[in-house]
Ligand binder design. Structure first.
Ligand code: FAD
Length: 393
């Protein structure tokens, strides 16, 4: 990507380290060469681009901020920049990485024993094994705390029964982390390995967003998991929430990536598309839209950079991450809608890329906690009153 193609109105790049710029640019170059030219076809056919995985692995970004175990141990700023670049190219690729590198690998890194980290993470960092994170259930999304999947101890194993929905990579993953409640009612994480009898995953079809990455509906019917696959340091649902809190900031960056792509696509289109004898970029109403987009993007860049900097300093709270996830997803949603409008009819044709981003932002807006749920997390922090369950706690 050329310097001028980058949207950096306030020279935010000057806040970044050379290492952060380097990894961002490597990912951006790879996306420009390998992802953007191919992804529309995969999106249209609702197929996952398996052919991209080996080169993706070579980027050496899997595991993001995890130190050791073959992961790059990058800063949270670098991890955010990478997340933004992937999403800038394509939301599905960004989601694939978000599930594998963040939800799945971070859970093992933060809640696994040393033995479990050694056993699972290095091959996941090399992407020889792919991870998934199975929390949501058909009856429990925002109230995932009420999950019904059960884990029963039986000798040296746990036997899992239940259902999961929307599990990214769930049908292709080698390690599917299933969150389930044990006989004492405590929530734990169980790594279910590919091919485990009693585990079935059906790819969800009919999606209108993120069509180039697969989510699965999973059925666990007496799926037997060795006791050593239960994450050693997960004591309750609070630990699951901690994982979500620590990965959520990357979703804010992903929304920023989608917004930047949309603005850049719209700007280029407005400069080349002529109506009434001149480029539509020359009309005041169009410039007002572009200026608003740029202001919002600059605002998001600074917000995301500061949030990640606080994460790097160990000072990011759950509410801080929620504030950014909510703000960036809602803002990006508006920017993409405006950009699509500026394309006129071409805005609903996949070949111009904006239609894909327009559809994909809907899923990004919803997953890892909806707009309402993020508002309620922030609301609880600033008022001291929880409105999440409808009852004050
Ligand atoms: C593309 C995609 C990928 C996903 N990947 C994964 C994955 O890999 N692993 C995984 O475990 N899950 C995954 N999810 C699930 C995702 O996290 C949930 O969809 C999300 O948390 C919302 O849950 P829900 O869809 O059940 O909606 P619901 O919880 O039913 O929400 C519906 C509406 O009700 C509102 N609402 C709910 N509760 C409240 C409340 N207390 N106050 C006010 N409003 C409320 C919501 O804000 C929303 O507007 C994915 C989802 C999608 C769409």
């Amino acid at each position: 990507m050329t310097e001028t193609a980058r949207t950096d109105f306030y020279a935010v790049d000057e806040l970044l380290t050379p290492e952060e710029i380097d990894v961002r640019d490597r990912v951006a170059d790879w996306c420009a060469k390998e992802v953007t030219p191919r992804i529309n076809d995969y999106w249209e056919r609702a197929e996952f681009p398996f052919e991209l995985v080996p080169a993706f692995a070579q980027l050496g970004i899997a595991g993001g901020t995890i130190q050791g175990y073959g992961s790059p141990g990058m800063s949270a700023v670098a991890a955010g920049l990478v997340a933004a670049e992937l999403a800038r190219a394509d939301g599905s690729i960004g989601t694939f990485n978000g599930v594998h590198s963040f939800l799945a690998m971070q859970s093992i890194a933060l809640l696994g024993s040393e033995e479990q980290r050694e056993r699972f993470l290095p091959e996941m960092a090399r992407m020889e094994k792919i991870g998934a994170f199975g929390l949501t259930e058909p009856r429990h999304g925002s109230d995932a705390v009420a999950l019904e999947t059960r884990a029963r101890r039986d000798g040296d194993s746990f036997v899992l029964d239940g259902q999961k929905k929307w599990i990214g990579n769930g049908s292709i993953a080698d390690y599917v982390l299933i969150w389930a409640r044990d006989e004492e009612g405590q929530v734990g994480g169980y790594v279910v390995e590919k091919g485990t009898p009693g585990f079935t995953a059906r790819v969800m079809t009919g999606k209108t967003a993120l069509r180039a990455v697969w989510q699965a509906e999973i059925t666990l019917d007496g799926a037997r998991v060795p006791a050593e696959n239960k994450l050693a340091n997960c004591r309750s649902f609070k630990d699951v929430s901690t994982i979500l809190d620590r990965t959520r900031y990357t979703v804010a960056w992903r929304a920023l990536g989608v917004a930047m792509a949309s603005y850049e696509l719209a700007l280029a289109h407005c400069l080349s598309r002529e109506q009434f004898g001149q480029p539509i970029a020359g009309y005041q109403l169009v410039q007002e839209k572009l200026a608003t987009m740029l202001a919002e993007i600059t605002n998001m860049q600074l917000m995301c950079w500061r949030l990640s900097s606080l994460a790097d300093a160990g000072r990011m709270t759950a509410a801080m991450a929620s504030l950014a996830k909510r703000h960036c997803c809602a803002t990006a949603r508006q920017i993409v809608a405006d950009a699509r409008d500026l394309f006129g009819g071409d805005g609903i044709l996949l070949e111009h890329h904006i239609a894909r981003h327009h559809a994909d932002i809907e899923a990004i807006y919803t997953f890892e906690g909806t707009d309402h749920v993020q508002a309620l997390i922030v609301g609880r922090e600033i008022t001291g009153l929880s409105a999440i369950s409808g009852r004050r706690r």
